[in-house]
Design a binder for this molecule. Structure first.
Ligand SMILES: [Zn+2]
Length: 301
């Protein structure tokens, strides 16, 4: 008996700060089955959960799979298959042999990457920048991540290329990394919450609610989100000046506020168009929450 994708499907795994998800992805990018669980604390437990989710997703899909691709939070060495750095919310994760641990548990070939790299591979293979020769990816999540797709391949540099969230020149607020004025201090979900709270005498309001307030015409919420969009526009201009990429894809949870970010972002691009004269097109991510698992599955192919 054969099923769609049988023998041509791969598994993508997204290991994030709060949850881990595995999805069986068919040859044209379709998710055939998936399984999700909270990310536990500790490298060994994280590998056990990830391998268990792979097994569950494969059993549900009922197809043979050829390989596993992983997009993991933090800096990942794709050659050694190890986690080099991660935020301190990940307990006992740095140094974990991600590839070896999953090869042992799944008996499949395993490819590993950073989660934002996987997001961009997903969008470049089956999403908003499909078929585009070169593009940058910006993920506006709890923090701000970035990745580069140059001449049809992921560009990693020494491992952390495209880390656009920690680019300086964006004011003087203290960043999660301890330095000041990074893009992340204006354009992450957490910074939107912090800036709104500062403007509203400490009101603790979540990013989703700030978006709703902005849509209802509340001016402080609208301003904080417009400033995030403006900052992303400035970052896009830096990327375009440096690499002359024609496309930038923006994803992550805060991209759900695209209608509120985009006007300020586009205004910034009009204000200071790239000196090359080459227009840079900014697109919202098309694969939504699936981008990282689907991209990880594409990397495994
Ligand atoms: Zn920083």
């Amino acid at each position: 008996m054969t099923a769609p994708g049988d023998g041509r499907a791969t598994v993508g795994v997204d290991i994030g700060g709060t949850k881990t998800r595995a999805a069986v992805v068919g040859p044209t990018g379709e998710v055939l089955a998936s399984a999700t669980a909270p990310t536990p604390a500790g490298g060994v437990a994280m590998l056990d959960v990830a391998a268990g989710l792979v097994e569950r997703a494969v059993a549900t899909a009922g197809v043979r799979v050829t390989a596993v691709g992983v997009g993991a939070a933090g800096v990942v060495d794709p050659a050694a298959g190890r986690v080099l750095a991660a935020s301190d919310s990940f307990v006992d994760w740095v140094g974990t042999d991600l590839r070896g641990g999953l090869v042992d548990r799944t008996a499949l070939p395993v490819t590993v990457a950073n989660d934002v790299d996987a997001f961009l591979v997903g969008e470049a293979t089956w999403g908003a920048v499909r078929g585009v020769r070169s593009a940058a990816g910006i993920a506006l999540g709890t923090g701000v991540g970035g990745a580069l797709w140059l001449d049809g391949a992921l560009y990693r540099g020494a491992g952390a290329a495209g880390e656009i969230g920690h680019m300086p020149g964006f004011g003087d607020a203290v960043c999660t990394c301890g330095q000041r004025g990074h893009l992340e201090t204006l354009a992450s979900g957490r910074s939107v919450e912090r800036r709104y709270a500062e403007a509203m005498a400490g009101a603790a309001v979540g990013a989703a609610e700030i978006e709703a307030l902005a849509r209802a015409g509340e001016p402080v919420a609208a301003r904080v989100l417009a400033e995030a969009g403006h900052a992303v526009g400035s970052a896009v201009l830096v990327v375009a000046a440096l690499l002359d990429v024609g496309h930038v894809v923006v994803g992550g949870g805060l991209a759900g506020a695209w209608d509120l970010l985009e006007p300020a972002l586009l205004a910034r691009l009009r204000e200071a168009p790239p000196v090359s004269g080459h227009p840079v097109e900014v697109r919202r991510a098309a694969l939504g929450a699936d981008a990282t698992v689907v991209g990880a599955a594409a990397l495994a192919r």
